[in-house]
Design a binder for this molecule. Structure first.
Ligand code: NAD
Length: 453
């Protein structure tokens, strides 16, 4: 026997490492956008919607809606006048605008609303919209507090509304391919999942510029505050609301929610993690914000553990990894790769180095007699794995909206309903609870509450 034998497993590992870097061809996934409306939509089936909130996201959604067949934006609402104009520009139409969302809910010709307002405003607009008989696309994270989420579910069910929550990755063709691989069992038993979303720029850390026309004249400041504590006009709070606990949930609500939604969708999980532990800190963006610029949270789920990180001080992009007993699945930005692990039986190579030669040889002889190499075993591992990318210009935002509007039309289920959205949002609240209380956060499902562990 050679002194430092390279086992077949080690050899394959070295070989596939090189292959992964060079020859695994990426398959370009085909968009299924029009699955939401496979035929041209008859004018009588047009869904008429209004957008409540026409800020950064509202405008993005309005722009995306122009690519969804069979929908028409009929009104735009925002508390800041310039955003009403930006919304009209996004939808390329002079639709009526207002500061008062209730006037939109009163309109009989509005079938559905998109709610793209700050997180602390989701609940009351969502509940009013349901009570007014409108279907609702509500941005992520669904809730600002645990209590909000359950109250919103009750309102949606009472009024029998179609609800889609806005974590668009769950409608992505990349995530759908990942789910197909996960469900096929190719990964074996997945016990560890990790994900991160790291950025390194002022914009990535929500240090958005304040528009020069921002004032109490152009913005309805009191309506923005809503049920949050009263304060004098402060444009920093209005435009950089994600930094403040009264209106947002920091990195957990902004980015963890996408990672959690993706992990839940791919792994077929529709529950809340049992407990969470967080660590992090405010290292760089010491601008008066109330949230850390680095947070890491470890979640316990019944069948696996999840580790999440968001760091605003390094541009690492977006990553989700599923680690199974038979393979690894990675989503890095817009690329998905699956790599099998070689789990065919192997004779022990490491510890028998401490055996005398005669015992080693005896052991290896017996092992090979008991494990004959069959053709099936030899061909079992596809060493190259698989790799997929989305086509240039692909938009999961359009797919997610199309899925919602189709459900409004057909009353068929959406990909991300209020139950799913609530579970993902509670994941964010667990993370922040653990961070701010310096304690393990335990989900008490019976009491629908987070408690200290
Ligand atoms: N799915 C995603 O990828 C994604 C991306 C960005 C933001 N979001 C979510 O979208 C929501 C909005 O975020 P944003 O970045 O657009 O914030 P933003 O500050 O740019 O815009 C929010 C807008 O809502 C308006 N608004 C607030 N309360 C209102 C009310 N009562 N009536 C009418 N208008 C009201 C504000 O005037 C503001 O213009 C948040 O929940 C955020 O988490 C989701």
């Amino acid at each position: 026997m050679p002194k430092n034998p390279v086992t077949r497993r080690q050899f394959i590992h070295i070989g596939t490492g090189a292959l992964a870097a060079t020859t695994v061809a990426k398959t370009i996934l085909q968009p299924h956008l029009l699955s939401a409306a496979p035929r041209p939509v008859a004018p009588s089936d047009t869904v008429r919607f209004a957008s409540i909130g026409a800020g950064i996201r509202g405008c993005e959604l309005l722009g995306a809606s122009t690519h969804v067949p069979g929908v028409e934006c009929v009104a735009i609402c925002d508390l800041y006048d310039s955003r009403q104009v930006a919304g009209q520009e996004a939808v390329k139409s002079n639709v009526p605008t207002t500061r008062d969302y209730r006037s939109i809910l009163d309109r009989k010709d509005v079938d559905a609303v998109i709610i793209a307002v700050m997180d602390h405003q989701h609940r009351h607009i969502f509940e009013d919209a349901c009570a007014a008989g409108k279907d609702v696309y509500c941005e992520k994270p669904m809730s600002h507090t645990v209590e909000d989420g359950f109250s919103m579910i009750e309102a949606a069910h009472k009024a029998n509304r179609i609800v889609q929550i806005g974590s668009q990755r769950v409608s992505s063709i990349l995530y759908s391919k990942a789910k197909e691989i996960y469900d096929s069992g190719k990964l074996g038993e997945v016990t560890a999942i990790e994900a991160y979303w790291d950025r390194n720029s002022p914009s990535g850390a929500w240090v958005y510029p304040i528009p020069p026309d921002a004032s109490e004249k152009t913005i309805d400041w009191n309506a923005f505050l809503g049920s949050a504590p009263k304060r004098p006009f402060d444009p920093v709070r209005f435009f950089r609301w994600r930094c403040f606990t009264d209106y947002g949930e920091g990195l957990a609500g902004d980015l963890f929610v996408h990672l959690i939604s993706g992990i839940h969708f791919i792994s077929g999980t529709n529950t809340v993690a049992q407990r969470a532990q967080s660590s992090g800190g405010l290292f760089h963006f010491k601008d008066g914000r109330e949230f850390p610029d680095l947070i890491e949270t470890f979640y316990d789920y019944p069948n696996f553990r999840v580790s999440l990180r968001c760091n605003l001080n390094n541009d690492g992009g977006e990553f989700i990894g599923f680690y199974g007993t038979k393979g690894t699945l990675i989503i890095k930005d817009s690329t998905l790769s699956y790599k099998p692990q070689d789990t065919r039986p192997e004779p022990e190579g490491y510890s028998i180095g401490g055996w005398p030669r005669e015992l080693r040889e005896q052991y290896l002889k017996q092992w090979h007699e008991e494990h004959p190499r069959t053709a099936a075993l030899a061909s079992q591992v596809d060493e190259e794995g698989e790799s997929y990318v989305t086509p240039p210009g692909y938009s999961d935002v359009v797919d997610h909206q199309a899925n919602f509007f189709n459900a409004v039309r057909t009353r068929k289920p959406v990909t991300e309903n209020e139950i799913f959205g609530n579970h993902a949002a509670i994941g964010c609240h667990l993370s922040n609870f653990a961070y701010f209380n310096n304690s393990i956060a335990v989900w008490d499902a019976a009491a629908k509450k987070i408690v200290r562990g």
